[in-house]
Write a protein that binds this ligand. Structure first.
Ligand code: DGY
Length: 348
Protein backbone atom coordinates (compact mmCIF):
# COMPACT_ATOMS: atom_id res chain seq x y z
CA UNK A 1 0.00 0.00 0.00
CA UNK A 2 1.42 3.32 -0.99
CA UNK A 3 0.63 6.77 0.17
CA UNK A 4 -1.19 9.22 -2.05
CA UNK A 5 1.35 10.45 -4.59
CA UNK A 6 3.34 7.18 -4.50
CA UNK A 7 5.59 7.88 -1.47
CA UNK A 8 6.16 5.70 1.57
CA UNK A 9 3.43 3.96 3.53
CA UNK A 10 0.44 6.11 4.52
CA UNK A 11 0.77 7.76 7.93
CA UNK A 12 -1.85 6.83 10.52
CA UNK A 13 -2.17 8.94 13.64
CA UNK A 14 -3.69 6.94 16.51
CA UNK A 15 -5.16 9.24 19.14
CA UNK A 16 -5.02 6.84 22.09
CA UNK A 17 -2.51 4.18 23.15
CA UNK A 18 -3.65 0.85 21.69
CA UNK A 19 -2.32 -2.66 22.43
CA UNK A 20 0.81 -3.87 20.70
CA UNK A 21 -1.03 -6.50 18.64
CA UNK A 22 -3.10 -3.78 16.97
CA UNK A 23 -0.11 -1.52 16.41
CA UNK A 24 1.85 -4.44 14.87
CA UNK A 25 -1.05 -5.07 12.53
CA UNK A 26 -1.13 -1.40 11.53
CA UNK A 27 2.62 -1.29 11.02
CA UNK A 28 2.40 -3.93 8.29
CA UNK A 29 0.78 -1.37 6.01
CA UNK A 30 1.28 2.05 7.57
CA UNK A 31 3.65 4.41 9.27
CA UNK A 32 2.17 4.69 12.74
CA UNK A 33 2.33 7.63 15.09
CA UNK A 34 0.42 7.27 18.37
CA UNK A 35 -0.51 9.41 21.37
CA UNK A 36 1.28 7.48 24.15
CA UNK A 37 -1.35 7.74 26.89
CA UNK A 38 -4.14 5.26 27.48
CA UNK A 39 -6.22 7.23 29.95
CA UNK A 40 -5.38 10.79 28.98
CA UNK A 41 -6.87 12.36 25.90
CA UNK A 42 -4.59 13.76 23.20
CA UNK A 43 -4.48 17.56 23.70
CA UNK A 44 -6.31 19.50 21.04
CA UNK A 45 -3.20 21.38 19.88
CA UNK A 46 -1.30 18.10 19.42
CA UNK A 47 -4.15 16.64 17.36
CA UNK A 48 -4.31 19.77 15.18
CA UNK A 49 -0.55 19.45 14.51
CA UNK A 50 -0.72 15.70 13.86
CA UNK A 51 -3.63 15.92 11.42
CA UNK A 52 -1.57 18.20 9.16
CA UNK A 53 0.65 15.27 8.18
CA UNK A 54 -1.72 12.34 8.62
CA UNK A 55 -3.23 10.27 5.80
CA UNK A 56 -5.53 8.58 8.32
CA UNK A 57 -6.72 9.04 11.88
CA UNK A 58 -7.74 6.29 14.25
CA UNK A 59 -9.81 8.16 16.81
CA UNK A 60 -11.88 7.65 19.95
CA UNK A 61 -15.09 9.38 21.05
CA UNK A 62 -13.34 12.02 23.14
CA UNK A 63 -11.65 13.51 20.05
CA UNK A 64 -13.59 16.42 18.57
CA UNK A 65 -13.19 16.31 14.80
CA UNK A 66 -14.71 19.59 13.69
CA UNK A 67 -14.39 22.09 10.87
CA UNK A 68 -11.20 23.55 12.35
CA UNK A 69 -9.57 20.15 12.59
CA UNK A 70 -10.52 19.04 9.08
CA UNK A 71 -9.36 22.35 7.64
CA UNK A 72 -5.91 21.74 9.18
CA UNK A 73 -5.65 18.39 7.36
CA UNK A 74 -3.64 18.38 4.14
CA UNK A 75 -4.04 14.86 2.83
CA UNK A 76 -6.34 13.11 5.24
CA UNK A 77 -8.24 10.28 3.53
CA UNK A 78 -10.03 8.51 6.35
CA UNK A 79 -11.10 8.72 9.97
CA UNK A 80 -11.68 5.36 11.65
CA UNK A 81 -13.60 6.16 14.83
CA UNK A 82 -13.45 3.42 17.45
CA UNK A 83 -17.14 3.62 18.38
CA UNK A 84 -20.53 3.04 16.88
CA UNK A 85 -21.48 6.63 17.75
CA UNK A 86 -19.95 9.44 15.70
CA UNK A 87 -21.42 12.55 17.26
CA UNK A 88 -17.82 13.69 17.90
CA UNK A 89 -17.30 14.12 14.14
CA UNK A 90 -18.55 16.85 11.83
CA UNK A 91 -19.58 14.62 8.92
CA UNK A 92 -20.28 17.52 6.56
CA UNK A 93 -16.83 18.93 7.11
CA UNK A 94 -15.34 15.49 6.40
CA UNK A 95 -17.46 14.88 3.28
CA UNK A 96 -16.67 18.31 1.82
CA UNK A 97 -13.01 17.38 1.93
CA UNK A 98 -13.47 13.86 0.65
CA UNK A 99 -12.55 12.25 3.96
CA UNK A 100 -14.23 8.91 4.67
CA UNK A 101 -15.57 8.49 8.20
CA UNK A 102 -16.03 4.95 9.50
CA UNK A 103 -17.40 3.59 12.77
CA UNK A 104 -17.48 0.19 14.49
CA UNK A 105 -21.06 -1.10 14.58
CA UNK A 106 -22.11 -4.76 14.93
CA UNK A 107 -19.05 -6.00 16.83
CA UNK A 108 -20.27 -4.18 19.94
CA UNK A 109 -24.00 -4.80 19.70
CA UNK A 110 -24.31 -7.78 22.07
CA UNK A 111 -21.75 -6.44 24.52
CA UNK A 112 -23.45 -3.06 24.80
CA UNK A 113 -26.86 -4.69 25.12
CA UNK A 114 -25.48 -6.90 27.92
CA UNK A 115 -24.23 -3.85 29.81
CA UNK A 116 -27.49 -1.97 29.26
CA UNK A 117 -29.50 -4.85 30.64
CA UNK A 118 -27.02 -5.37 33.49
CA UNK A 119 -27.39 -1.68 34.39
CA UNK A 120 -31.16 -2.07 34.37
CA UNK A 121 -30.90 -5.10 36.68
CA UNK A 122 -28.34 -3.43 38.93
CA UNK A 123 -30.52 -0.34 39.31
CA UNK A 124 -33.76 -2.25 39.88
CA UNK A 125 -32.20 -4.68 42.36
CA UNK A 126 -29.97 -2.08 44.04
CA UNK A 127 -26.93 -4.27 43.42
CA UNK A 128 -24.21 -1.61 43.68
CA UNK A 129 -25.67 -0.29 46.94
CA UNK A 130 -25.95 -3.86 48.24
CA UNK A 131 -22.34 -4.72 47.33
CA UNK A 132 -21.11 -1.56 49.07
CA UNK A 133 -23.24 -2.47 52.09
CA UNK A 134 -21.43 -5.79 52.43
CA UNK A 135 -17.98 -4.31 51.81
CA UNK A 136 -18.60 -1.63 54.43
CA UNK A 137 -19.39 -4.28 57.06
CA UNK A 138 -22.97 -3.02 57.47
CA UNK A 139 -24.64 -6.43 57.04
CA UNK A 140 -25.93 -7.40 60.48
CA UNK A 141 -28.73 -9.84 59.70
CA UNK A 142 -31.11 -11.07 57.04
CA UNK A 143 -34.14 -8.84 57.31
CA UNK A 144 -37.50 -8.76 55.53
CA UNK A 145 -37.10 -5.62 53.47
CA UNK A 146 -33.34 -5.19 53.55
CA UNK A 147 -32.23 -3.58 50.26
CA UNK A 148 -35.48 -4.60 48.63
CA UNK A 149 -35.56 -3.46 45.03
CA UNK A 150 -38.17 -3.88 42.37
CA UNK A 151 -38.93 -6.78 40.02
CA UNK A 152 -37.77 -6.75 36.43
CA UNK A 153 -39.50 -9.86 35.12
CA UNK A 154 -43.01 -9.41 33.72
CA UNK A 155 -42.67 -5.61 33.76
CA UNK A 156 -42.83 -3.29 30.75
CA UNK A 157 -39.64 -2.08 29.11
CA UNK A 158 -39.86 0.99 26.88
CA UNK A 159 -36.93 1.23 24.50
CA UNK A 160 -36.29 4.61 22.93
CA UNK A 161 -34.06 4.05 19.90
CA UNK A 162 -34.75 0.63 18.42
CA UNK A 163 -31.56 0.20 16.42
CA UNK A 164 -29.32 -2.85 16.55
CA UNK A 165 -28.48 -2.44 20.25
CA UNK A 166 -32.09 -1.66 21.14
CA UNK A 167 -33.26 -4.81 19.38
CA UNK A 168 -30.78 -6.98 21.24
CA UNK A 169 -31.80 -5.36 24.55
CA UNK A 170 -35.38 -6.27 23.61
CA UNK A 171 -34.24 -9.85 23.06
CA UNK A 172 -32.79 -9.93 26.58
CA UNK A 173 -36.01 -8.39 27.92
CA UNK A 174 -38.06 -11.11 26.20
CA UNK A 175 -36.04 -13.66 28.20
CA UNK A 176 -37.27 -11.91 31.35
CA UNK A 177 -40.89 -12.20 30.17
CA UNK A 178 -41.13 -8.44 29.86
CA UNK A 179 -43.65 -6.63 27.73
CA UNK A 180 -41.68 -4.71 25.14
CA UNK A 181 -42.74 -1.33 23.80
CA UNK A 182 -40.53 0.95 21.75
CA UNK A 183 -40.30 4.32 20.08
CA UNK A 184 -38.12 4.88 17.05
CA UNK A 185 -37.96 7.05 13.93
CA UNK A 186 -39.01 4.01 11.91
CA UNK A 187 -41.09 0.97 12.75
CA UNK A 188 -39.03 -2.15 13.37
CA UNK A 189 -41.05 -4.98 11.84
CA UNK A 190 -38.53 -7.68 12.74
CA UNK A 191 -38.59 -6.75 16.45
CA UNK A 192 -42.37 -6.61 16.29
CA UNK A 193 -42.70 -10.02 14.69
CA UNK A 194 -39.93 -11.89 16.47
CA UNK A 195 -40.07 -10.33 19.93
CA UNK A 196 -43.62 -9.08 20.09
CA UNK A 197 -42.38 -5.51 20.51
CA UNK A 198 -45.11 -2.89 20.18
CA UNK A 199 -44.50 0.53 18.62
CA UNK A 200 -45.68 3.48 20.72
CA UNK A 201 -45.70 7.22 20.40
CA UNK A 202 -43.26 8.74 22.87
CA UNK A 203 -45.87 9.95 25.37
CA UNK A 204 -47.57 6.57 25.44
CA UNK A 205 -44.24 4.85 26.05
CA UNK A 206 -43.35 7.24 28.88
CA UNK A 207 -46.71 6.65 30.55
CA UNK A 208 -46.63 2.84 30.24
CA UNK A 209 -43.03 1.77 30.74
CA UNK A 210 -41.68 0.57 34.07
CA UNK A 211 -38.18 0.85 32.59
CA UNK A 212 -37.47 3.60 30.08
CA UNK A 213 -34.26 2.71 28.28
CA UNK A 214 -32.58 5.34 26.13
CA UNK A 215 -30.49 4.02 23.25
CA UNK A 216 -31.07 6.86 20.79
CA UNK A 217 -27.97 8.28 19.12
CA UNK A 218 -27.03 11.89 19.83
CA UNK A 219 -28.18 14.17 17.01
CA UNK A 220 -29.57 17.70 16.79
CA UNK A 221 -33.06 16.15 17.14
CA UNK A 222 -32.32 13.96 20.16
CA UNK A 223 -30.26 16.48 22.15
CA UNK A 224 -32.09 17.11 25.45
CA UNK A 225 -35.00 14.84 24.42
CA UNK A 226 -35.37 13.65 28.03
CA UNK A 227 -36.26 16.77 29.99
CA UNK A 228 -38.63 17.84 32.77
CA UNK A 229 -41.72 17.13 30.64
CA UNK A 230 -40.65 13.60 29.80
CA UNK A 231 -39.77 12.70 33.39
CA UNK A 232 -43.11 14.12 34.55
CA UNK A 233 -44.91 11.81 32.12
CA UNK A 234 -43.20 8.69 33.49
CA UNK A 235 -44.63 6.54 36.27
CA UNK A 236 -43.47 7.34 39.80
CA UNK A 237 -42.04 3.80 39.94
CA UNK A 238 -40.24 4.17 36.60
CA UNK A 239 -36.54 3.50 36.30
CA UNK A 240 -34.66 5.46 33.65
CA UNK A 241 -31.62 3.89 31.96
CA UNK A 242 -29.29 5.77 29.63
CA UNK A 243 -26.63 3.88 27.69
CA UNK A 244 -26.44 6.08 24.59
CA UNK A 245 -25.03 9.59 25.01
CA UNK A 246 -25.27 11.97 27.97
CA UNK A 247 -26.51 15.08 26.14
CA UNK A 248 -29.69 13.25 25.12
CA UNK A 249 -30.74 13.93 28.74
CA UNK A 250 -31.18 17.21 30.57
CA UNK A 251 -29.28 16.23 33.70
CA UNK A 252 -30.66 19.05 35.85
CA UNK A 253 -34.21 17.89 35.02
CA UNK A 254 -33.23 14.28 35.77
CA UNK A 255 -31.82 15.38 39.12
CA UNK A 256 -35.07 17.15 40.00
CA UNK A 257 -37.17 14.15 38.92
CA UNK A 258 -35.10 11.75 41.05
CA UNK A 259 -34.95 14.10 44.02
CA UNK A 260 -38.66 14.84 44.05
CA UNK A 261 -39.75 11.24 43.55
CA UNK A 262 -41.20 11.91 40.10
CA UNK A 263 -39.33 8.78 38.98
CA UNK A 264 -37.84 6.03 41.15
CA UNK A 265 -34.26 5.61 39.98
CA UNK A 266 -31.76 6.01 37.17
CA UNK A 267 -28.94 3.87 35.79
CA UNK A 268 -26.52 5.94 33.77
CA UNK A 269 -23.55 4.81 31.73
CA UNK A 270 -23.14 8.20 30.04
CA UNK A 271 -23.15 11.84 31.10
CA UNK A 272 -23.53 15.27 29.58
CA UNK A 273 -19.87 16.15 30.15
CA UNK A 274 -17.54 13.19 30.52
CA UNK A 275 -15.68 12.26 32.60
CA UNK A 276 -17.72 13.36 35.61
CA UNK A 277 -15.98 14.06 38.91
CA UNK A 278 -16.90 12.75 42.37
CA UNK A 279 -18.66 16.08 42.93
CA UNK A 280 -21.26 15.50 40.20
CA UNK A 281 -24.70 16.38 41.65
CA UNK A 282 -26.29 13.08 40.62
CA UNK A 283 -23.79 10.93 42.51
CA UNK A 284 -24.96 11.47 46.09
CA UNK A 285 -28.49 10.38 45.17
CA UNK A 286 -29.05 6.85 46.54
CA UNK A 287 -31.31 6.02 43.59
CA UNK A 288 -28.60 6.58 40.97
CA UNK A 289 -26.27 3.92 39.58
CA UNK A 290 -23.45 5.57 37.65
CA UNK A 291 -20.94 3.86 35.36
CA UNK A 292 -18.02 5.39 33.42
CA UNK A 293 -19.24 4.87 29.83
CA UNK A 294 -18.35 1.17 29.62
CA UNK A 295 -21.13 -0.07 27.33
CA UNK A 296 -18.78 -1.82 24.91
CA UNK A 297 -15.96 -2.39 27.37
CA UNK A 298 -15.03 -6.05 27.22
CA UNK A 299 -11.58 -7.08 26.06
CA UNK A 300 -13.01 -9.13 23.19
CA UNK A 301 -15.23 -6.35 21.94
CA UNK A 302 -12.74 -3.53 22.30
CA UNK A 303 -10.18 -5.58 20.32
CA UNK A 304 -12.82 -6.33 17.70
CA UNK A 305 -13.58 -2.57 17.47
CA UNK A 306 -9.88 -1.85 16.96
CA UNK A 307 -9.72 -4.55 14.27
CA UNK A 308 -12.73 -3.02 12.53
CA UNK A 309 -10.89 0.32 12.50
CA UNK A 310 -7.88 -1.39 10.89
CA UNK A 311 -10.14 -3.12 8.32
CA UNK A 312 -11.67 0.24 7.44
CA UNK A 313 -8.27 1.83 6.89
CA UNK A 314 -7.21 -1.12 4.75
CA UNK A 315 -10.25 -0.89 2.49
CA UNK A 316 -9.85 2.84 1.97
CA UNK A 317 -6.16 2.56 1.11
CA UNK A 318 -6.96 -0.39 -1.15
CA UNK A 319 -9.37 1.95 -2.93
CA UNK A 320 -12.48 0.04 -1.92
CA UNK A 321 -15.57 1.21 -0.08
CA UNK A 322 -15.34 0.37 3.63
CA UNK A 323 -18.06 -1.80 5.15
CA UNK A 324 -18.93 0.64 7.90
CA UNK A 325 -18.76 3.99 6.16
CA UNK A 326 -20.78 6.63 7.97
CA UNK A 327 -20.70 9.62 5.59
CA UNK A 328 -22.24 8.05 2.51
CA UNK A 329 -21.62 11.39 0.68
CA UNK A 330 -18.02 10.30 0.57
CA UNK A 331 -18.90 7.76 -2.13
CA UNK A 332 -20.43 10.50 -4.33
CA UNK A 333 -17.32 12.58 -3.84
CA UNK A 334 -15.22 9.59 -4.73
CA UNK A 335 -17.16 8.86 -7.93
CA UNK A 336 -16.44 12.42 -9.04
CA UNK A 337 -12.75 11.97 -8.25
CA UNK A 338 -12.73 8.73 -10.23
CA UNK A 339 -14.32 10.44 -13.20
CA UNK A 340 -11.67 13.19 -13.14
CA UNK A 341 -8.88 10.65 -12.39
CA UNK A 342 -7.63 12.59 -9.37
CA UNK A 343 -8.38 10.25 -6.51
CA UNK A 344 -4.80 9.98 -5.31
CA UNK A 345 -5.19 6.64 -3.55
CA UNK A 346 -2.73 4.11 -4.89
CA UNK A 347 -2.75 0.34 -4.45
CA UNK A 348 0.23 -1.94 -3.89
C1 DGY B 1 -19.85 3.77 21.12
O1 DGY B 1 -19.36 2.83 20.49
O2 DGY B 1 -20.43 4.70 20.57
C2 DGY B 1 -19.62 3.77 22.58
O3 DGY B 1 -20.35 4.72 23.23
C3 DGY B 1 -18.14 3.90 22.87
O4 DGY B 1 -17.76 2.68 23.38
Amino acid sequence: MKKAGGGLKPLVYVTRKLPEEIISRLKENYEVDMWPEEEVQVPREVLVEKVKKADALLTVITDQLDEELFSAANHLKVVANMAVGYDNIDLDAASRRGVAVCNTPDVLTDTTADLTFALLLATARRMIEAAEFVKNGEWKSWSPLLLAGTDVHHKTIGIVGMGKIGTVVAKRAAGFDMEIIYHNRRRHEVAEEMLGARYCEMDELLAEADFVVCLAPLTEETKGMFGADQFRKMKKEAIFINASRGPVVDEAALYDALQSGEIAAAGLDVFELEPIGADHPLLPLPNVVALPHIGSATKETRLAMMDTCCDNLDTIFADRAPQTLVNKDFLNWRKQEWSTGSLGIAED
